[in-house]
Design a protein around this ligand. Structure first.
Ligand SMILES: Cc1ncc(COP(=O)(O)O)c(C=O)c1O
Length: 386
């Protein structure tokens, strides 16, 4: 390992293996039920698989156009104009990407310069900060207010200065399941209105909100939309995280800069899947039913654990539920998550892993995007905690 005839100056010296890889590997080693990583264990709609298969057979197997297949960009634009009554130009404002992660990376790379500051709310999904650092930018961390994990806009206001280039928001939120309200969006609008600050809005769980709450997309707010990259993931929406397909919606000037990076980063994205999705998106029921589908799963999971000594408030969005184990143990969340995996056989993610400096609220993140039988088996094991 140390015998290379060269030295490497790491651009990301702080970065190790992600917590998802660590917990999934530990889950495999101990045959634990994996409620750690955010992926469904049920099947993709067979009709969508058939559509994709047909596109392969029809020979749609060469490079797609750089911004994405036109039919898919048109279907995406139509989806949002139907949802929010906004006009989106499929040629100038929509770009198809290999998943939301790449979209986030390209958006940050397109506009963040060395020494620019980017505000991130913690706990945070893990791909934001490294992308900023690679651009020479500075992640500025602002903690969400526990126990509801809401944004303190007074703190945000204080952290904004002439170096602030971007604010990253994520609603519904991974890992906490909190959602941004209409009032929050108006506060954000007020703060950035007379500045050069851009918004990156990670909305990959846009169709997973509970208790009849509406998703507050940046696209609903014209004054925010005109300075935002809104990022989405087909992997999340259609239970196919392995396909790595997503898209970004941004005004023309931002899309232009985005595509300058995108075209040299990936150039284009899986062609047959794009054609198939263009057809599948024409039926809004394919995504509008998701809220109810996942709400049932959340309620099923919460009902199963109701007699366990966890403390919680039902998650408001995403397919994650935080559970507080402080009545069971005072171990650090990382230690407790590892012990739960090894001894009880259920893998979760400790919340502290989503902070740049571990913050321990004795909370674990459980992913309930699983078949009922998987949730049954997991909770059967958790009952040993009683
Ligand atoms: C908040 C958030 N953003 C982005 C992503 C990445 O999405 P994709 O798999 O499409 O790259 C995830 C995946 O877990 C996520 O939870």
């Amino acid at each position: 390992m140390n015998n290379y005839p060269f030295s490497i100056r790491s651009k990301l010296p702080q970065v190790g293996t992600t917590i998802f890889t660590v917990m999934s590997a530990l889950a495999n080693e101990h045959q634990a039920i994996n409620l750690s990583q955010g992926f469904p264990d049920f099947e993709v709609d067979k009709n969508l698989i058939d559509l994709i298969h047909a596109e392969y057979q029809a020979g749609k197997n060469q490079y797609a156009p750089m911004p994405g297949v036109k039919e898919l960009r048109e279907a995406i634009a139509e989806k949002y104009s139907n949802s929010y009554g906004v006009a989106i130009d499929p040629d100038l404002e929509v770009t198809v990407t290999p998943g939301a992660t790449t979209a986030i990376f390209s958006a940050i790379t397109a506009v963040v310069h060395p020494d620019d500051e980017v505000l991130i709310f913690e706990p945070a999904y893990d791909c934001y900060a490294p992308a900023i650092t690679l651009c020479g930018g500075v992640p500025v961390y602002i903690e969400l207010k526990a126990p509801d994990f809401t944004i303190d806009w007074e703190v945000v206001k204080k952290r904004i200065n002439h170096k602030t280039r971007m604010i990253i928001i994520n609603t519904p939120h991974n890992p906490t399941g909190s959602i941004i309200s209409d009032k929050d969006m108006r506060q954000l609008e007020k703060l950035v209105l007379t500045t050069d600050i851009l918004i990156l809005s990670d909305e990959v769980y846009e169709h997973i909100l509970f208790d009849e709450q509406a998703h507050q997309s940046v696209l609903r707010f014209p004054k925010l939309a005109e300075r935002s990259f809104a990022v989405y993931s087909f992997g999340k929406t259609f239970h196919a995280t392995g396909w790595k397909l997503g898209y970004v919606i941004a005004p023309e000037a931002l899309t232009k800069e985005f595509r300058k990076v995108h075209q040299f980063n990936v150039f284009s994205t899986n062609t047959p899947v794009q054609y198939a999705l263009a057809k599948y998106l024409k039926t809004p029921e394919h995504y509008l039913g998701l809220n109810a589908f996942y709400e049932e799963k959340r309620n099923y999971f919460l009902n199963l654990i109701k007699d366990l000594p966890f403390i919680y408030t039902p998650t408001r969005g995403s397919y994650f539920q935080l559970l507080d184990y402080s009545k069971i143990s005072d171990e650090k969340d990382m230690d407790y998550a590892k012990r739960l995996t090894k001894e009880i056989g259920v893998a979760t993610v400790p919340l502290s892993a989503f902070y740049h400096r571990a913050k321990d609220y004795h909370l674990l993140r459980f992913c309930f995007a699983k078949k009922q039988e998987t949730l049954d088996r997991a909770v059967e094991r958790l009952l040993k905690l009683n």
